[in-house]
Each structure stands twice: as C-alpha cells, then as structure tokens.
Design a protein around this ligand. Structure first.
Ligand code: PLP
Length: 443
C-alpha cells in the first residue's frame, strides 16, 4: 500500500488522464493487459533504454512493449528506414523489395526456406495453425498448458487456470480462457505439460487411438509467459522426435524468443529445427508485424492457394522497412554479444541479492530475457508455477521498480526484456530496486 500510494503521488498526470479515459475508453485502456493499479502510467516518449511519462518521470525500460523493443526506443537505423518509407507511401497491398530482403534474411537465420507475413503474433499463430490443419487435413491441435500464443480462439485455451482445474499430466483439461470461446473450439485444443515429453507422447498416442490425431504441436521452445522457463536437456529433441515419428507438424512460437535470444531465435539457440516458426514483436522494431516461416513442403499448400493466407496489411511497406533495418543494422551478431553480457550480469546480480537477504527464489534468463522466480522449488511447467511461485512478490516488485525508475511488464507471468541500447547503468538500477525490496522484506 505504501508503494502504491507513492506511485500515485508521483504520477498525478497519468491519474488525471485515466479518469478522463474511463469515460470513453473501456476500462481506461486500449487493451486489457495495459491495466495497472493505481492506474496505467501514460508515456510521452522513449529514447534508447529509457522512457518518460506525462509527469516527467524517467524509467529504464525493461517492459519494452511486451518484449517488442529489443532495438531500444527511437533507434537511429529504424528512424531512418521508417522516415524514408513514410515519404514514399505507406500502404499498397502490393509487395515491396524490402519484403524479399527480409524473407532471405529470415530464411538464413531460422533455417526455414519459406516465409509469409501478418501484423501481429496472434495472426502468425492463427495462420500457422490453419496451415498445419490444411496440410494434414486434421482438426485437433496440441499446446502446452499455460502457454499464451495470442488472442484468437484456437489458442485461448488452458492458460491462466486455477491449480485445481489443471488435471493430471497425461490428461490435462481443455479450458477456455475467458468467456466467448466456443466449447467446440476449446475441445479441439489439447494441453500437455511443458518439459514432459513422455506425457506429450502418451497424450498424442491416446488421441490417435481415439481417431483424433493432431495436426500440430504449437509451443514455445523456452516458455516466456510464466516468467522464463527453459527447456530441460533433451526435451526439445524428444518433442522433435515424437512429432516427426507421428507425422505431426511442430510449430515453435517464437513471437517472444525470435530475434531476442539469438539471431535465429530459440531455433538456433537450442539447435532443434521445427517445421514452422512464428515471429512478431521484435521483428518490426515497434511497428505491427508478424511472420510465419516453414518448409517448402508445408508452404506448398499456401503457394497453391489450398490454404488461404491473406490480410490487407500483410507485408506492409512500413513494417517491412523497419524489419529490414532491424535485421541488417540493429540485431547484428555484436548486438547478441552485448545482450548476453548484460543479461548474465543482471541474472548473477539478482541471485546475489536473493542469497544475501535469504529470499526464496532464483533467477533465470537467456540473452535479452529473464526473470526472478520467487519460489521455494524449481519451476519447470504450469503446475509447478502455480504450486510454488509466490503470487504476491512479483506484484510488489513491479511497484518497487516503478517507484525507482524501472519499468517492468505487468503481471507475474512476465519477464524483463533488455534492448541493444541498455547499458550497465540500467542493470544497476534494476539491481538497486530489487535490493531495496529485499531489504524492506527482511527488516
Ligand atoms: N505468442 C506468444 C509467445 C506471445 O507471447 C504473444 C504475445 O504476448 C503472442 C503470441 C501474441 O502476439 P500479439 O500480442 O502480437 O498478437
């Protein structure tokens, strides 16, 4: 309460805008995950690793637009590419050369030869699933319990469920995430636990026996929506083997990991190549964008127009210009060396603080991504997350951070994202904030 009152006192301009917004913008926000107590902070601008709010407060940005801004804010290369493009016309619904260059570079990075474009992560996973269904002629899909893949009906299933509703590892429940998802669609999406290849295989074999062979398994190679959960050794290889053996399309949803954990995303980092990859977020450097990569064989159903992959803004010239500049000039091999070094320092610093104050938990991360798990046991899937993760400390940490010039994505499921423009000074700020909270908690 003290920290919330302190934030309210420091952000009266945001409070006034929130009151005004409540009259005409539902819930006072453009999108539900932007809500926050005491109210959402209204930003005016960002530069590099920093953003400023309407009251003039400065923050080191670890939220980075839900992990989209790995380039940092107002990067000169993106400004130049987008500014040039604006003057040449921003939308034709006809291809521009940039889309070819982006496809060539993505094919090189991800080892998948064929690419198509959309405007968000949700569109990317929606189209990828439809393509997988079109290729296989099957309806059922398998996802990881607790994974978020966007806001369309196919995947708004078994995400933020109470512990008591999860079900056993080899027979988890398909549960709609919020109202409005048809039960018939929910029933087509079958969840399995992360980091448990035998449970996945058992479930798939049962589905096959029931005449419901899945079209695809859609998953993040490293989970980024329960904080960060890394794959245990051998897990991704086992999933690759199971899906290949049964002729099931393996989709790595790299909306959060792609271009953020290595040049070629989690696919490169973990050395396991799926049949399809979905990208969004960091691809556009802050402009709406998304992409689907796949093998020649899979994308043949799109090339032949058997599966319709369409959209007015697909391959939008502004997004493609930003993506081209990002890939060519910003997200370079040196950028990942910088991100890895800063992230390793931040992870070690957080662990040192937890250890020094005797706070239960550990820190986990990869390249630009990471989080502190406040927990009394290792977190390896949704069940252990719900059982062991302290539900209050991440919320308290968000307030401590905001009051000390550190902006984090809201919610206990979110992680930090560093940008190529972050420096040791930003890492210091984060560590000072965690230190302040740890000190108060143990006093
Ligand atoms: N997939 C993953 C792994 C995500 O984290 C998200 C969004 O957070 C999405 C898909 C959906 O992306 P978007 O919000 O751009 O539709």
């Amino acid at each position: 309460e003290r920290e919330e009152a302190r934030l309210a006192a420091a952000t009266p301009g945001s409070g006034a805008l929130h009151e005004r917004a409540l009259r005409t913008m539902t819930g006072g926000v453009p999108s539900s995950y932007q809500s926050r107590d005491p109210w959402p902070i209204y930003l005016t601008h960002g530069k590099g690793a920093r953003v400023w709010d309407v009251d003039g407060n400065e923050y080191s940005d670890f939220h980075n637009g839900f992990g989209s801004m790995v380039q940092g804010h107002a990067h000169p290369a993106i400004i130049r590419a987008v500014t040039e493009r604006v003057g040449l016309g921003t939308h034709f619904a006809m291809p521009t050369e940039d889309s070819v260059v982006v496809s060539e570079e993505l094919a090189r990075r991800f080892g998948l030869p064929q690419w198509r474009y959309v405007n968000s992560g949700s569109e990317a996973t929606m189209d990828a699933i439809r393509i997988a269904r079109g290729v296989t002629g099957r309806d059922t899909i398998v996802k990881i319990f607790g994974s978020y893949h966007g806001h369309h009906d196919y995947v708004m299933v078994s995400i933020g469920a109470p512990y008591s509703d999860i079900g056993p590892a080899d027979n988890m429940n398909s549960l709609g995430y919020g109202a409005g998802i048809p039960q018939a669609v929910i029933d087509l999406t079958v969840p399995v636990p992360f980091n448990d290849a035998p449970a996945m295989e058992a479930r798939i074999e049962r589905l096959i026996a029931e005449g419901r062979k899945p079209a695809c398994v859609i998953m993040e190679a490293a989970m980024m929506n329960l904080g960060v959960i890394l794959p245990e050794p051998g897990y991704l290889e086992a999933v690759r083997e199971i899906t290949r053996r049964h002729g099931i399309v393996l989709i790595f949803d790299e909306v959060k990991t792609g271009l953020c954990v290595a040049a070629g995303g989690a696919t490169e980092r973990f050395g396991v190549t799926p049949d399809m990859v979905t990208l969004a977020k960091a691809l556009g450097g802050g402009l709406p964008s998304g992409a689907i990569g796949a093998t020649d064989e899979i994308m043949e159903v799109v090339a032949s127009d058997k599966v319709k992959q369409v959209g007015t803004y697909n391959g939008n010239p502004l997004s493609m210009a930003a993506a081209r500049a990002s890939l060519a000039e910003v997200l370079t091999p040196e950028a990942y060396v910088h991100l890895d070094r800063l992230n390793d320092r931040l992870i070690a610093g957080c662990d040192e603080i937890l250890g020094r104050y005797g706070i239960a938990g550990y820190t986990v991360g990869i390249s630009s991504k990471g989080c502190v798990h406040f927990t009394d046991a290792p977190i390896r899937d949704y069940t252990s997350f719900m059982e062991h993760q302290n539900a209050e400390l991440p919320e308290l940490a968000w307030l401590y951070n905001a009051n000390r010039g550190v902006l984090m994505a809201p919610g206990r499921e979110e992680e930090w994202t560093l940008s190529v423009q972050h420096t040791d000074a930003d890492v210091d700020r984060y560590l000072e904030s965690l230190d302040a909270m740890a000190k108060d908690l143990t006093n």
